[in-house]
Write a protein that binds this ligand. Sequence first.
Ligand SMILES: Nc1nc2c(ncn2[C@@H]2O[C@H](COP(=O)(O)OP(=O)(O)OP(=O)(O)O)[C@@H](O)[C@H]2O)c(=O)[nH]1
Ligand SMILES: [Mg+2]
Length: 602
Amino acid sequence: MRDDIRNLAIIAHVDHGKTTLVDAMLKQSGLFRSNEAVVERMMDSLDLERERGITIMAKNASVHYHNVKINIVDTPGHSDFGGEVERVLKMVDGVMLLVDASEGPLPQTRYVLSKALAQNLPAIVVINKIDRQDARAEEVVSEVFDLFIDLDATEDQIDFPVIYTIARDGVAKRDLADESRDLQPLFDEILKTIPPPSASDGVLQLLVANLDYNEYVGRLAIGRIFAGSVAVGDMISICKLDGSIEKTKVTKLYAFEGLKQQPIDEADAGEIVALAGIDDIYIGETVSAADDPRPLPRITVDEPTIAMIFSVNTSPFSGREGKFVTSRKLRERLDKETLGNVAIRVEGTDSMDSFRVSGRGELQLAILIEMMRREGFEMQVSKPEVIIREENNRRLEPIELAVIDCPETFIGVVTEALGRRRGRMTKMINHGTGRVRMEFEIPSRGLIGFRSEFLTDTKGTGLLNTIFLRWDDWQGIISQRITGALVADRSGRATTYALYNLQERGELFVRPNTEVYEGMLVGENARDVDLDVNVVKEKKLTNMRASTADEAMRLVPFRELSLEQALEFIREDELVEVTPQSIRMRKKILAANQRPKGRMTE
Ligand SMILES: Nc1nc2c(ncn2[C@@H]2O[C@H](COP(=O)(O)OP(=O)(O)OP(=O)(O)O)[C@@H](O)[C@H]2O)c(=O)[nH]1
Ligand SMILES: [Mg+2]
């Protein structure tokens, strides 16, 4: 046993406070001077994580408490990033399951707990945000208890310790009535409940469970040493995913100290380390002894449920704003993604210029697209579609559980909207607070594009959480967006005059002077058909006064769609064009006279 080490992951539903709790643990372990200014949610170091306020990638850190090194893996709580949680559980000997004291267990709580229980990991249940006005800590503990039972936990697992916290203030208590000013009760519980890693001698076996990048040393392969030891200068073998073995030498070895990686000379079984200087190493591969390679079982994660086609940008504006525009670059980048992100798949298609990219949800794919455009890529992507399986002549599609929290007054609209999308209510709980919680089973197909409608329907007050439930028989046709699009019928720059005359048709997506091309979507048509429109029309200038009148035209503010909103908006015959600077929507077929008829023209 290595009693000087504990390895644990912190898991929860999105926003329940994982990263905030890690902040507090880092601060209280004396990592910073008492007067040192530190940012909030330190572990959320990616630009996209900071902008969106969510964790996207699992990350390692460590703290010291009573001469014990506690390696902590912070994980994302959004269900689209569930694959991150699944694979890092391989590195740890236990988990802290965080649950919001008011919201209680939500779909992702259930998902991550089920994965931890399946690995036989002991859990400390941490009820966080007990400072909330609407906290109902004790009730939530009993809901968590029910969840363990529901997931067929063993008696040992059900006998979990509970700690109450205010992560934001760095306070933990064993009992709600306790006075406490710090996290000591939590640290003590970690040492007590999370077993030390077993130290096994013998042949080196290190399972790569995470990849990182450090600008000084390049690629880092992060993993836990399951057996043996490793030292700088050792010859090692990498047991590749394809079964081959590659020999190399350890040039740089790191351990996690706080938020940093610290160079070390050697490490033993039980420790979580990072190896640098090996370019060709991927998640799920085993680092083993040079003369006696022994691969560990590879890491498997749940299958993707949603797919999108990524293609070379074929719009007339292609190549204007991006650095990387060719199909070769696109393919290389996507392949690279699959090596670091086990929940993403990439396949070729009939066309050399298109690739089918599958993942766990719209957000996961949108984040990938967003990262790529920031790196300088241009591409066009199709409407996300669910993955359909054929099994024993049955056509199966993914079904999700949608858990909705909203004010009572919206029960009607929400139920109606989900009914249209083939959702079936399975549960409704009225907490008597004016808000209700409803559960629906609904095909993933029906959820595509639902989020923005839901937020509008509930005036921004609703909470929607979804999680994959099962594969089930195809549920029949689900009707799509009921409105059509306003489609530019020629290229040029949009004019105030033209937009002014169009705005009564529906909401506009472009502002005056935006450059458009034929086939580009410039607005939503209130009617259910597409309408080809001229947005570049100039007013005939008959005299000077006409142009002053032009300036006086008041335009309704245009709606700028985010990437996710654009992905939700488009239909099967449309695409989103993504470049480092722009997000445009377009018809697949740009030329108006080549698109299927049955549309209106102005
Ligand atoms: N009132 C209150 N708010 C808290 C507490 N802990 C965290 N929060 C807030 O909850 C929000 C989410 O916190 P995060 O730490 O980002 O949550 P997370 O679980 O890491 O979220 P993901 O990684 O995206 O799943 C932030 O606005 C925090 O300030 C707490 O103890 N009390
Ligand atoms: Mg987080």
